[in-house]
Design a binder for this molecule. Sequence first.
Ligand code: PHE
Length: 446
Amino acid sequence: MAQGRFHNKIGTFAAIAGSVVGLGNIWRFPYLAGDNGGFAFLIVYLIVSLLVSAPVMLSEFSIGRSQRCNAMRAFRNISSGPWFLIGFLGVATAYVIDSFYMVVGGWSLKFLQLSVTNAFQSLSADEVAHTFSSFIADGSSTVLWSESTLIIATLVILLGVSGGIERFNKVLMPTLLLLLIVLAINSVFFLPDSSKGIEFLFKPDFSKISYETVLKAMGQSFFSLSLGMGAMLTYSAYMPAKQNLPKTAFSIVAFDTIIAIISGLAIFPAVFSFGVDPSAGPQLLFITMPAIFGQITGGHFLSILFFLLVFFAASTSQVSLLEVVTAYISEELGIKRRKAALLIFATMSITGGMCALSQTGSDTFVFFGMSLFDIFDYASSNFMLPIGGLLIVIFAGWVMPKRILHAQLTNGAEDESITFKGLRFLIRFIAPIFVALMFLNLIGLF
Ligand code: PHE
């Protein structure tokens, strides 16, 4: 039985929102949208999120809330045979993702500190690039900053499901929204030439929409909504029984997309008004943005807000990853949550530290020419998440008894309405087909 419960609907929403809103929203979505047809991409993104990701999320919710336990045990409770391996894969994926996610969290914390000391003042992009590369090349420093984010996330876990996770997200998520809105207003209204950035993000270009774009949108939606690795499943074990699952899933999709769009509005007007390369990834967050802040009025203050935002986004997602593993270890080994959290802290310090060290540019923890950080990133987003997601919907649609799905999606009402039938159809047919296609595409077979 799950060791804890979220207090109310708002707390549940905040916790789930905290997991889904992360680096995927801040740097990946805006760039993908701008580069793949702007408004046209947004429409495709929304369609696949509603038809594919929302059903996957509802599957995780139904499995988790009906069993109220960790990801592995939930599958084992519902069905004998090898199905529990799906849950095990989820726990392993959460562990792997967290090992490199904490490193990026560490970068954001370090850059927050640099912002506070006004270290970017008047630096050129090349100089910031140098600051960034010498920081990640310094093993002891990156390890230290990564461990700091792990300590924060572990403390939240130690405070418990409601007293820790729920409370943390209830404070951080509204703050995050506020920070983002302030940054977006500043970019849109107070920077010269901001319209170019808005145009990059929104200008509809339907000629860019292809099969490939649809699959890209789906991959992004999946990662951004924390699907395929048991995070949504684990959090739903703590949900109030009265929470309406379809409503929650669709509002989370909407919220996550809105945050991604506002992030685009905060970032791209700045990028374009300085005429710099709008490329995505670490480059954008840790080089381009600080260089811009170093040159604008109020940049000192804005850079603090910005890195606070990035850190909050990363940290609330990290907590959800850690909780998947904590629930599993504590329930399976039959030990207290606290003990489990400390045990995971000890091992994750090592694997996360290895990921940090693998980025220093030396040969440490580099295998076949790829750093451990990149291997973990690559394996999780290209294999573990899509395979996990595919198996989860197949399980929910074809293996789990229909009455469980029905009871969860309708909250026990005798509802055989078109909505339930429609959602079940999406879970059984549409979502598995599309997730399978996405997987084949990611591994280059389609
Ligand atoms: N959804 C998070 C983001 O957008 C990443 C994440 C994936 C978090 C999987 C938890 C689980 O960055």
